[in-house]
Design a binder for this molecule. Structure first.
Ligand SMILES: Nc1ncnc2c1ncn2[C@@H]1O[C@H](COP(=O)(O)OP(=O)(O)OP(=O)(O)O)[C@@H](O)[C@H]1O
Ligand SMILES: [Mg+2]
Length: 241
């Protein structure tokens, strides 16, 4: 199982050591309230890097993550995915769904679908048969330690288990980049540690770049590098290990 996923996640377009995502003088102004959420951010995220993002509430962390993942576009500046601008990308939806995985603080699982059905959601439309989708979802649930909870609905799972299902779903298309916005924010400390152990292990085993937004220093210290944000700027970039 590990080897097939590893092979699938080997970067195609990007060279090892190159940037999976680059931001060039990125600003974001939300028209609603005319809020400047990002004020000129320039940074490179290397392939296979593990980066954490810290900063006070409102400093622009989620905005940064959304722009890195192409969920939103900058007001000015450029976001490049393996050298290609997201603003002019012909198939942004496809790039996003097939190359980037998202994990949110509150999981975003569909309540009426089982764990295995939730994990399959991003796989529709890529030509896989029902049987292939089901077996991939089962494999991913096993990877996150949820092999015995496949038919459970989210409401029948603990909070930490729901986050593990959400992580399995984020891995559904073997992303080159996994973006997690406060993935331990809704968890107690033991579940939070388990989820971070899982993300760290998956990062090592599967080789995708990982960006984790967090308020927790212990979580941030797991990364190779921590970006510190304040008022829409990256004001610090420290090597953490
Ligand atoms: N959709 C939106 N419309 C208008 N303003 C927004 C929107 N989303 C975020 N903002 C504003 O942009 C700024 C940055 O918000 P962002 O959500 O990126 O902060 P954050 O660092 O993730 O905060 P938190 O730690 O509370 O999650 C804040 O001032 C926020 O109020
Ligand atoms: Mg946020």
């Amino acid at each position: 199982m590990k080897s097939s996923l590893n092979a699938a996640m080997t970067p195609e377009a990007g060279e090892l050591g190159g940037a999976v995502v680059s931001l060039q003088q990125v600003t974001k102004i939300y028209p609603d309230g005319n809020v400047q959420a990002l004020a000129g951010v320039t940074l490179d995220l290397p392939e296979q890097a593990f980066v954490s993002v810290m900063g006070p509430s409102g400093s622009g962390k989620s905005t940064l993550l959304n722009l890195i993942g192409g969920l939103d576009l900058p007001t000015s500046g450029r976001v490049l995915f393996r050298g290609q601008s997201l603003a002019t990308h012909q198939q942004l939806d496809k790039l996003r769904s097939q190359t980037i995985g998202f994990v949110f603080q509150t999981f975003h699982l569909l309540p009426n679908l089982t764990a295995r059905e939730n994990v399959q959601l991003p796989m529709f439309g890529d030509g896989r048969s029902d049987a292939q989708r089901e077996s991939s979802a089962a494999e991913l649930l096993a990877l996150v330690g949820m092999a015995d909870r496949q038919q459970h609905l989210p409401g029948q799972l603990s909070i930490g288990q729901r986050q593990r299902v959400a992580i399995a779903r984020a891995l559904a298309n073997q992303p080159a980049l996994l973006l997690a916005d406060e993935p331990t924010g809704s968890l107690d400390s033991a579940s939070g540690t388990a989820v971070m152990d899982l993300l760290s292990r998956l990062h090592c085993e599967l080789g995708m770049a990982l960006v984790v937004v967090t308020h927790d220093k212990a979580v941030a210290s797991r990364a190779d590098r921590t970006l510190h944000m304040l008022d829409g700027r990256v004001v610090g970039d420290t090597v953490t290990s």
